[in-house]
Design a binder for this molecule. Structure first.
Ligand code: F6P
Length: 320
């Protein structure tokens, strides 16, 4: 394979730039040409791309966002959009494609592989950690660290005022950001889509913690359940303690990637190009049990994400 394309798609995630760098540098190492496609699939449909060289990816390893920019492209869900995207690749002589994004983005990659015969490799880039086949996605670790930082700050002010802080984190229908941020920031309660919540239980746990000498509480709510504002409103109606809500929002998506995300980016990017170089496509890369893996894209997309109930129970046992 002599020429490949690269795009980032869907919501940006920290570490995407580091992955772009790894893809470009690995491809150049093997003597391949790389075309950086701007604005995700929208740029592919519009033929918005440029050849990248060694220096195009200098000084980006530490930056959040994506230098290629990204978009949620509805046209790529239509047959016409998919055909246009494939035509651009054929016209440009691009023989393989690396897509960095979440499950929606992988869907586009799957169609290009299956229906248009273009070998594609997916790199999981989303803060949500909602892809079943990989233990971690790019950007998740940084997002959780951002949540921890925010919760540390909230803890200071909540403790001073003896309040309850309800903190909303992202994740779509997946509770992983809430679970990991909750455990590692010492939150007493997490509310996630995977486990139905019971307000009486929440109130009881808060009461018990206060009786045990606590002056403040942190509750992390995943956006897939409801907003922090709404949860705080419902809680305030049934507790005498003062409740405040905070939505961390898009701050979770930005910022310099953590060591863990940079390491994943380097390994995912490198692996993706090595697969294409060997003529292998229609796969996604990931990490499982600390090993970099690759898997058939259709198989990966058909897997169901499992929630870590053991971690959830751990939180309930150690946060009181
Ligand atoms: O998929 C990443 C994510 O940040 C989700 O956690 C969130 O629900 C969504 O994107 C927000 O999308 P947008 O940036 O388009 O508002």
């Amino acid at each position: 394979m002599k020429r490949i394309g690269l795009l980032t798609s869907g919501g940006d995630a920290s570490g995407m730039n580091a992955a772009i760098r790894a893809v470009v540098r690995t491809a150049l190492y093997y003597g391949m040409e790389v075309y950086g496609i701007r604005r995700g699939y929208a740029g592919l449909i519009e033929d918005n791309m440029d050849e990248m060289d060694m220096r195009s990816v200098s000084n980006i390893v530490h930056r959040g966002g994506t230098m290629l920019r990204t978009a949620r492209c509805m046209e790529m869900f239509t047959e016409e959009g998919q055909r246009k995207a494939a035509e651009t690749l054929h016209r440009r002589g691009i023989e393989g494609l690396v897509v960095i994004g979440g499950d929606g983005s992988f869907h586009g990659a799957k169609i290009l592989s299956e229906q248009y015969g273009i070998p594609t490799i997916g790199i999981p880039g989303t803060i949500d950690n909602d892809l079943a086949y990989t233990d971690y996605t790019l950007g998740f670790d940084t997002a959780v660290n951002t949540c921890i930082d925010a919760i540390n700050k909230l803890r200071d002010t909540m403790e001073s005022h003896e309040r309850i802080s309800v903190v909303e984190v992202m994740g779509r229908r997946c509770g992983d950001i809430a679970l990991y941020a909750g455990i590692t920031s010492g939150a007493e309660i997490i509310i996630v889509p995977e486990v139905p919540y019971d307000m009486d239980d929440v109130v009881m746990r808060i009461k018990r913690s206060r009786e045990n000498g606590k002056h403040s509480n942190i509750i992390v709510v995943a956006e897939g359940v409801m907003s922090a504002e709404e949860f705080a409103r419902r809680l305030q109606a049934v507790t005498e303690y003062s409740v405040r809500s905070t939505n961390i929002g898009h701050i979770q998506r930005g910022g310099s990637p953590s060591m863990a995300d940079r390491m994943l980016a380097a390994q995912f990017g490198n692996k993706a190009v090595r697969l294409l170089k060997d003529g292998i496509g229609n796969r996604v890369v990931g990490i499982h049990k600390n090993e970099i893996i690759d898997m058939d894209i259709i198989e990966a997309l058909s897997m169901e994400k499992k929630f870590n109930y053991e971690l959830y129970e751990t939180l309930r046992m150690i946060s009181m």
